[in-house]
Design a protein around this ligand. Structure first.
Ligand SMILES: NC(=O)C1=CN([C@@H]2O[C@H](COP(=O)(O)OP(=O)(O)OC[C@H]3O[C@@H](n4cnc5c(N)ncnc54)[C@H](O)[C@@H]3O)[C@@H](O)[C@H]2O)[C@@H](O)CC1
Ligand SMILES: [K+]
Length: 491
């Protein structure tokens, strides 16, 4: 099942639909209990709860209520809990009463040495940046203190994931019932996200009503990597054709083609003036300088390093004129920005893979804070699938379904990494995956490859490529295991 990320309004609809659970305060009690349990587990991991020190920063709404009830529960476990009430006259009254009754203290400042600080400033109701008093408190926290956000790090927009300045940067975020969009769109700001069940499963709304974009991410089990069947040969698994690089700049050609060779078990073709360089590095590739001699493919990748001259434009026009799946990247995007009619309304599967700068060129405006709306908007306007690169990759299809992937680190922000991504996604397109799944699965293994290759050190794109096979193996062995586990009994 894909993992869903809802807007604040959708979450509120679900809470309202829970009826008595909401009005009776049960949802808040469950939420607060979840927060307390996560913090207790964190303290237990590092020596236990008794005698430890937790600070709670409490805003005026229900987010502060969650934090106060959680604080009360921690007090009962022997933790010293201090709270700063940012708006004392508007603090959640039942939460504050419970907190005080359990022995929690309130004051103008928190103790210096805290094991954990809890951000209960704002959650779904937050607007704009962290205000001065809260900002000062969080700025003064030392690096040893674990920052736990209730629902969302304050200062992060729940729907767009925009990280205002200042905002809380959490090590851990505890959320309730269903993930919010910001948990993916601003993943680095949230740290580890823990989802607490508060009984909303039966009332979660259908998303995407009225054509509004939806956001989800693929679970690991859904990365169904193509593997050859017993009857397959080199032609039947989907042949990908790469058009990239140039004699003068062969690097993009070698990287994109190498990624396709690594991601595919059938055959990879190459077209371009760097054909000799490509074959020298990847002898298994069937390469030619001319598109007319290329042979049959099931998908094309074109753009990385291919230039933007008339010949490149003519090649692009020919390839887009076929009914094959096409991935356009880099220089192909520059050409498309000049003439959107090339792809606008193309009926065969089409995947554009811009980074932020290329995206601005395609649309004529800077990307802005709402990346999700921007990418979904372009995909709908041109009826193509758009993969927006970045630490959080977003892949939007024309119907407004967006898949996101957090790379987990930014080591892949290196020259040539995009060429590698295009080769992987092209291989998946040739194997028959939809542009949306091809893009999202490629982003996932690309990120994993970077992680494996880096191990915490800088990497170049060649090293990233070397991490690709072990990364793919993790997903193919997982699905092989699933097949064995679900095989019918032989008896
Ligand atoms: N409705 C429910 O029963 C549940 C709600 N829950 C909690 O309730 C939260 C939502 O509560 P609310 O709707 O009361 O909203 P919040 O508590 O998120 O924030 C609303 C308050 O914060 C103020 N505010 C907005 N932006 C601010 C900023 N930048 N700096 C300082 N103050 C700011 C507003 O004026 C308002 O008083 C969720 O995030 C979640 O933590 C959970 O307890 C689960 C159940
Ligand atoms: K918060």
């Amino acid at each position: 099942m894909p993992i869903r990320y809802l807007t604040a309004d959708e979450v509120r609809d679900a809470e309202r639909a829970s009826g008595d659970l909401l009005t009776g305060g049960v949802l808040m009690r469950r939420a607060a209990h979840g927060v307390a349990q996560v913090i207790a587990a964190e303290l237990n991991r590092t020596g236990g709860c008794y005698g430890r020190s937790v600070g709670v920063v409490v805003g005026a709404g229900d987010n502060g209520g969650d934090a106060l009830f959680a604080g009360a529960e921690l007090c009962r476990r022997g933790v010293r809990v201090d709270a700063v009430l940012l708006a004392a006259d508007r603090a959640h009254s039942a939460g504050l009463a419970a907190f005080r009754a359990a022995g929690g203290r309130t004051g103008e400042r928190l103790p210096d040495a805290l094991d954990v600080i809890v951000d209960g400033v704002v959650g779904l109701g937050g607007r704009g940046p962290l205000r001065t008093k809260a900002a000062e408190i969080f700025a003064g926290v030392d690096s040893e203190t674990v920052v736990v956000a209730v629902d969302l790090p304050s200062g992060v927009d729940a729907d767009t994931g925009e990280v205002h300045d200042p905002a809380v940067r959490a090590d851990l975020t505890v959320t309730f019932g269903v993930r919010r969009r910001a948990h993916l769109l601003a993943a680095p700001q949230c740290g580890r996200v823990v989802l607490v069940d508060i009984g909303l499963d039966d009332v979660l709304p259908e998303t995407g009503r009225g054509g509004a974009p939806t956001l989800s991410s693929l679970s690991d089990d859904e990365i169904d990597w193509p593997t050859p069947d017993p009857g397959d040969d080199k032609y039947t698994q989907g042949v990908v054709g790469i058009i990239a690089g140039s004699h003068r700049y062969p690097g993009a050609a070698v990287l994109a083609t190498g990624a396709a060779v690594t991601a595919t078990s059938g055959m990879t073709r190459f077209v371009g003036s760097a054909h000799a360089e490509v074959v020298a590095r990847w002898p298994e590739v069937v390469a030619t300088p001319d598109l007319a001699d290329a042979g049959r493919v099931q998908a094309w990748v074109l753009g990385p390093g291919m230039g933007t001259d008339d010949a490149a434009a003519a090649t692009l026009r020919t390839v887009l004129g076929t009914d094959l799946p096409v991935l356009a990247d880099a220089d192909a995007l520059t050409l498309i920005a000049r003439d959107p009619g090339l792809v606008d309304g193309r009926t065969s599967p089409t995947l554009l893979t811009p980074h932020a700068g290329e995206f601005a060129r395609l649309t004529g405006t800077e990307l802005g804070a709402d990346r999700l709306a921007a990418v979904a908007g372009l995909a709908a306007r041109w009826s193509v699938t758009v993969l927006l690169k970045g630490r959080i990759t977003l892949v939007a299809d024309p119907t407004g379904h967006v898949l996101g992937n957090d790379a987990g680190s930014s080591w892949a922000a290196t020259a040539g990494a995009g060429d590698v991504l295009s080769g992987i996604a092209g291989a998946l397109l040739a194997a028959g995956r939809s542009p949306r799944i091809a893009g999202a699965a490629a982003a996932r293994v690309h990120a994993r490859a970077a992680e494996l290759a880096s191990g915490g050190a800088p990497i170049g794109a060649s090293a990233l490529l070397s991490g690709l096979r072990p990364a793919i193996r993790e997903f193919t062995t997982r699905s092989a295991r699933t097949r064995v586990d679900t095989a019918p009994s032989a008896r």
